[in-house]
Design a protein around this ligand. Sequence first.
Ligand code: SME
Length: 159
Amino acid sequence: MSVFDFEPILSNIRQFADVATDLAELQEFCVSCIAESRPHYNWVGFYMLDTNDPDVLVVGPFRGAPTEHVRIPVAQGICGAAVAHGDVIIVDDVEADPRYLACSLETKSEIVVPIRVDGDAIGEIDIDSHSRCAFGGEDRAFLEECAAIIGHFIGQHPR
Ligand code: SME
């Protein structure tokens, strides 16, 4: 089996980050690139802490089915746990994780990767797949690099 090469996607995102004028534009570009390149990433989106209420995540640009979870308290969900602890969370089988907030009945696995600015988690990239165990170390490393590009951009263009 050939190994997927994530570098061209990262290169596109890095180049776009150099010219993007605001965060929403860069996030739109990211979700579009990532979803088109990885068809088994069935929902790809951002959640960012509400600048007026840092105990709540607000959905940002996404690709995939509309979600009822447009605002997620930091105390809830896999999304909340990832930003609260500042750690990547990979869930191989969402049915087995009591924290899971269902977006689509088809979702089987999920990865959430925090976005940090000056060391603080201020948002995240959230990906769902219709397959169990869809996310491994290479997906994690790729998405951590995406999150680092976004975090660097926010550091230079404060919200
Ligand atoms: N599954 C997430 C909620 C977001 S939707 O998947 C888009 C969670 O458990 O926090």
